[in-house]
Design a protein around this ligand. Sequence first.
Ligand code: C2E
Ligand code: CA
Ligand code: CA
Length: 262
Amino acid sequence: AGPARSMIRPALREAVKRREFFYEYQPIVTVADSRITGYEALARWRHAGGIVPPSDFIWIAEQSGAMADIQTNGLIGWAAAVAATSESITFAVNWSPLQLARSAEIAGFINLTARLGVPATRIVIEITEESLLQPSAATLANVGHLKDAGFAIALDDFGTGCCNLAYLKDLPVDRLKIDRSFVRALPYSAKSRAIVEAVIELAHRLHIEVVAEGVENEQQLTQLAAMHCDYVQGYLLGRPSHHAQISAQCAAALLPAAEPLQ
Ligand code: C2E
Ligand code: CA
Ligand code: CA
């Protein structure tokens, strides 16, 4: 732990109090009829005049326990967003490996969503393959608790973490998100096309829906449609942003998310 790390911890605690964290929402779109089926909530930290990307603060926020507070504040905003959007719209939230191992955080999340009147069926929990590399008994039990509570489970960044296919068999996975490294290569790599096509087919045979991440151009979209991919997400469909309706509702919520940065 260098000095940067020892300084960032108290800074994070202060930042949570000052409501410097907020969420941007990126649409997830159906391939068949270009409908928004839901949004993925992506954490942002407005700090020292700029936006700190999640890759720079998530890991330390997790370790210091601040991630739970960030999520709690976010959830209070989403509760309003859930209420303001149509019943078929889902909100995907990212869970880190460390969070997933903490039974108290899982129980807290399940309680809070119930208290806020957010139907579990409107929330998708995204867990990375990394969480499942050497999962503790607690981690596996927690995935089960979330599923039992009615949340959908998505396997994020699929294909990057030495995926153990046993988890597709043993875990209650509803959705699989193909990592954008495969999607990026679709137009020029026959191998990537073969992998993506096979993963989609495998998922469908297991009754798992597939989201392709990082779709940036029409060519990728056309290829994914030909492979019967269910959903797409990426800059071509929409960047993460403050959805007008969602941010208006957040502003009206009890503990508002930070104001959107222009
Ligand atoms: P992720 O879950 O894979 O999220 C998708 C990332 O891809 C986001 O980066 C998004 O902005 C980016 N992206 C979306 N479409 C495109 C595209 O077309 N092209 C490219 N090049 N990128 C695209 P972001 O927001 O920087 O988040 C990075 C990672 O941080 C996320 O990856 C996720 O693992 C983590 N993260 C974000 N928010 C949270 C959170 O609330 N909790 C936890 N535990 N992790 C989070
Ligand atoms: Ca994700
Ligand atoms: Ca991902």
